[in-house]
Write a protein that binds this ligand. Structure first.
Ligand code: ZN
Length: 434
């Protein structure tokens, strides 16, 4: 069955940032088969045509998150990263059971989908409930199970977690077109040197993505330098850990040499401006990364450090901070900001998502435009401006992932968002120890 979706505006975010007013997208077997002016080619006999109105665009791509942390949303507000983790987050996570994680991920997926995010890159432990929730919800995910080794941290050391991640990858990669697997060493300061080397080796053998938190805070960078006599990117390079597919979350504190290292190894960056702001970590050098040709996407990070999963805010913050720090309103254009949250995210993850082009997965969202935020729209440029500078999750009405409608009229079709809220609300009390 071919599906034709017709809208008043279609933002393709293709290489030319083509906008169609009006436009249509055809979908068959989960893939985009045609994009164009709806008057140009009539729908073939048997095609199901949906006159949607509003605006169609690629689903947003969240490049870094720990969505089950909806269970600890807002924990430890006001603490710096090290104390936030050790005093507030890890003690609660030590009490987590699989069913808690399942509901945490379901709630995260409902929030992401409801706000127009069709792909999320996740790093968390408890692979069974995380993958189950991803598959149940209908979202597309790059899941890199967390691997770390912290004194006093919950349960197993890095070696057990690496084994678990290998088993998961070998059993499940390729079994569902929406679930992509990788490896998630937490950071240079939480995984020993030999662990970084071994994890990267396993990822490289499988041509899998390795996602790591990199140079997030200044104090963490000082610790790494004291321990190893070099920066985190230099250490990873010395262990051969940058030779495969690598996604570096944060990348706030990169000096010239680090920027060169990241660019030389084609390391992609997940820029998380909201989380970095809330934890007082700093502002990542977005413009410098883009100038060096680094693939950059945008991430929400976990809901304990953000605290929502609204990528619209992150996209806007990324562009605002880049313009403000450069004192240049052209530092990131409106089209450039939209690209970071869509196509750029797909490129950072190495997935063909984030643009509406023939042959790509049919991951798309429809926004209503009968709202003050889109009024007036006198020119095409203004419509783009409204989307970037005033776009919001509440305007997303419908979401398709791999051609399946997973949000219809603002409600998730495969999971029960209200039940997830009730489950998480109740389970969070137990995690607090009360
Ligand atoms: Zn993170």
């Amino acid at each position: 069955m071919t599906l034709r979706l017709v809208a008043d505006a279609v933002f393709t975010v293709d290489a030319q940032d083509t906008m169609l007013l009006p436009g249509a997208v055809e979908v068959e077997d989960g893939l985009i088969t045609w994009v164009g002016d709806p008057w140009q080619v009539p729908a073939a006999v048997g095609t199901e045509v949906h006159q949607l109105g509003g605006l169609l665009m690629p689903g947003l791509v969240n490049c870094h998150g720990h969505s089950p942390m909806t269970l600890v949303r807002s924990a430890g507000d006001g603490l710096p990263l090290d104390r936030w983790l050790s005093e507030s987050v890890w003690p609660r996570e030590a009490r987590l059971e699989d069913e808690d994680v399942y509901w945490g991920m379901v709630l995260g997926a409902a929030e992401l989908l409801g706000n127009g995010v069709t792909t999320t890159c996740e790093q968390y432990r408890h692979p069974d409930p995380v993958t189950e929730a991803i598959l149940d919800s209908g979202i597309r995910a790059m899941y890199t199970p967390g691997i770390f080794d912290v004194p006093g941290a919950p349960r197993n050391g890095w070696e057990d977690l690496l084994e678990e991640a290998c088993r998961l990858f070998d059993a499940m990669e390729g079994t569902d077109g929406r679930l992509h697997l990788g490896f998630g060493p937490h950071a240079v300061y939480t995984v020993p040197r030999e662990g970084l080397r071994d994890i990267a080796g396993e990822a490289q053998r499988r041509n899998a993505l390795m996602q790591i938190h990199l140079s997030e805070t200044a104090s963490e960078c000082e610790q790494v330098r004291e321990r190893y006599g070099m920066s985190a990117p230099a250490l990873l390079e010395s262990e051969g850990a940058l030779d495969g597919r690598v996604l570096a979350a944060h990348s706030v504190w990169l000096d010239e040499a680090d920027l060169a290292t990241v660019a030389r190894h084609d390391v992609a960056v997940a820029h998380c401006p909201g989380s970095n702001g809330k934890l007082g970590a700093g502002i990542a050098p977005l413009r410098a990364l883009l100038d060096r040709g680094v693939r950059v996407g945008i991430g929400t990070d976990g809901p304990a450090s953000n605290d929502d999963l609204h990528l619209w805010d992150e996209m806007r913050l990324a562009a605002l901070l880049a313009r403000a720090t450069a004192t240049d309103p052209a530092a990131v254009t409106s089209a450039g900001a939209l690209r970071l949250a869509t196509r750029g995210g797909g490129e950072a993850l190495g997935l063909p998502v984030g643009s509406l082009e023939v042959g790509r997965p049919a991951d798309l969202i429809r926004l209503r435009t009968d709202d003050a935020r889109f009024t007036p729209s006198v020119t095409d440029a203004e419509l783009l401006g409204h989307l970037v500078w005033a776009g919001a999750g509440y305007l997303v009405t419908d979401v398709w992932v791999a051609g399946a409608r997973v949000v219809e009229g603002g409600r998730c079709t495969r999971i029960d968002g209200e039940q997830a809220r009730a489950e998480v609300g109740q389970r969070a009390r137990r995690l607090l120890g009360s």
